[in-house]
Design a protein around this ligand. Sequence first.
Ligand SMILES: C[S@@+](CC[C@H](N)C(=O)[O-])C[C@H]1O[C@@H](n2cnc3c(N)ncnc32)[C@H](O)[C@@H]1O
Length: 407
Amino acid sequence: MGQRAITKNSLFYGDNLDIMRQYIADESVDLIYLDPPFNSQRNYNILYKDESGLDSNAPLVAFEDTWHWSRQTSEAEFEELKQQGDKLAELLTALVSVIGRTPLTAYLVMMSSRLVELHRVLKPTGCLYLHCDPTASHYLKIVLDMIFGAGNYQNEIIWKRTNNPKGSQFKDRKYGIYTDTIFFYTKSEMYTFDLDGIRQPLTPKEISKKYPKEDERGNYLEYPILRSASKGERPNLVYEYKGFTPPKWGWVVKKTKLETIDQRGDLGWRANGTPYRKYRPWEDRGVPVGNLWDDILRIQSNSKEGLGYPTQKPLALLERIIQASSNPGDVVLDPFCGCGTAVQAAQKLGRTWLGIDMADFAITLAKNRLYDTFGLEANKDYICITAMVMSSCCSAPPTKAKTSFLR
Ligand SMILES: C[S@@+](CC[C@H](N)C(=O)[O-])C[C@H]1O[C@@H](n2cnc3c(N)ncnc32)[C@H](O)[C@@H]1O
């Protein structure tokens, strides 16, 4: 496999299949986020301003999302996958036989080769998040099931990226598409995951709904301070407090704790003489994150975060994934890193990162981003490897993002 295992922050310019095979060792990565082309059958362009600040008329293709069978790519990768003689090979052979050598099957072969490599480099405790959309998500899930095992499928996350989808149902004669899909798979049952760390604080509207009552200390919710009969008898928690003695199930807390709650103003009494605890919004641990993510909007055209790279994802999306599925110091890999959103999020959260992209604009933007945000310079503060002919991007020193890219 000729691997020179890299475990330092690194940006690679080249095809991720070659890079992974050359540089990334087996079971060396903790978390993978991939946001590959979605098989949209279109090109993604960049309009940019030249050095004089004028808009260039000719858009440049950032990357292509059109797929076809060729001897060097799909056929060669398909042959290689077939030689494995496993379930994935059987699945792909069946799909090619039923659907034919179409753009879709060329895309699935490309994705399969890379997902096999990603599975190889992932640690046994590792997690993988595959970002896609309904164009091919139903096929990709079967491919992932073959490679990771259906039992290691954890979630389909639906990311509501917009409130205003492009194109309308009136023009398209179908419903507008607001969402992307993110599949969450793990390599085994023992994986890194901390849902508590990504709970979302309540909004002011949610607070007044959930905590409707108010006193001099602020909003509160009436919460039981007496144990319920279903929990059984607890003689040691049956004691008298301010003239009230509960039934044999007792108080929820010992007397000293009850006194503390009362002293800070969090014990209330109903008109019928029964006590309750005043539960406050600041004690609330927030809302657990479910599989519908509708609180992070895609990059807006006027957003400060926007670098003008088509399909750039919001930092908040990557921060959530990285926080939930890795620990500080862990290795995060984004093999289709674009302008480096996952790389920036990983650097911010103290993870080691590996980013790969085969578009020179993408790598240049990622480098500028690392320099502008953290002052990091290629080949001084992180490794930058060019595995692509005709590149100037990795040899050029970082500049303070003079070139402004437009959507
Ligand atoms: C959807 S974009 C990723 C955007 C990224 N998540 C961001 O926030 O900027 C997909 C990227 O995959 C890259 N790409 C496509 N095929 C690749 C390959 N075989 N190896 C490396 N990068 C590839 C494209 O150049 C493009 O930048």
